[in-house]
Write a protein that binds this ligand. Structure first.
Ligand code: SF4
Length: 225
């Protein structure tokens, strides 16, 4: 029997994490990267102290048929578990739309689940050649770029999104990153304000209006949140 998806928690209802859908969010355990602004550091080890049996998630979703539209797999990094594919298929069998939040560290695994998804959000950390200083992982930019290309080739609805903290990505790098994405054919891009953590406090240095305007002009769909 295949191992079940390791889940650290469940949000019963969200209206903002899966566009146009009333959805639940499943927080998957494990991530190979170590971004300083990570908001869920307890989810990074492969095994967590608080876990929710996958069976409870399926039971919960079974009871929500007709009440929820979909489910989003978030994390942590959902693709760090090979059990993700089976979990997605089970949710599709129950009739739910399925969304995925990923940073793209496992393009091979991503390629296996893409055909079963209805929407995907890809975190873009930095220009692809300077990923490692944010993720702490060698060659992470190459993996993320492969994942980005797979998503674009799949034709799946998507959002690419970048979290902005001035100590981790300056305006020049942000413009390079946006230009990289534009050249790849990305049409839907969002900038997200960094949310302070105890490890990385708030910095009062908002993005310049002209940088936001320049980036916004590169994409048919663009937002700052
Ligand atoms: S990729 Fe996402 S989950 Fe993993 S460390 Fe970075 S922010 Fe956290």
């Amino acid at each position: 029997m295949l191992p079940a998806l390791k889940v650290a928690g469940l949000t019963a209802l969200t209206t903002i994490d899966f566009p146009g859908q009333l959805a639940a969010v499943v927080f998957c355990q494990g991530c190979p990267w170590r971004c300083p602004y990570c908001h869920n550091p307890n989810l990074l080890p492969n095994t967590g102290s608080d876990s929710l049996p996958w069976q409870q998630v399926t039971s919960f979703m079974n009871d929500r048929r007709g009440l929820l539209d979909g489910i989003v797999f978030s994390g942590g990094e959902p693709t760090s578990q090979t059990a993700l594919l089976q979990a997605i298929l089970e949710m599709k069998q129950l009739g739910f739309s399925v969304g995925l939040h990923t940073a793209g560290p496992y393009p091979d695994r991503l390629s296996k689940v893409l055909a079963h998804l209805d929407w995907i959000a890809l975190d873009i950390k930095a220009p692809f050649d300077s990923y490692d200083k944010i993720t702490g992982a060698l060659h992470s930019g190459e993996k993320a770029k492969q994942s980005a290309l797979l998503i674009l080739e799949s034709g799946l609805p998507y959002e690419f999104r970048t979290t902005v903290h001035p100590n981790l990505i300056d305006e020049r790098s942000l413009l390079i990153l946006a230009r990289n994405l534009q050249q790849m054919g990305v049409e839907n891009f969002a900038l997200q304000d960094f949310r302070p953590t105890s490890a990385l406090p708030k910095v009062e240095e908002p993005l310049s209006a002209h940088v936001i305007k320049a980036i916004g002009a590169m994409f048919p769909q663009f937002l700052v949140r």
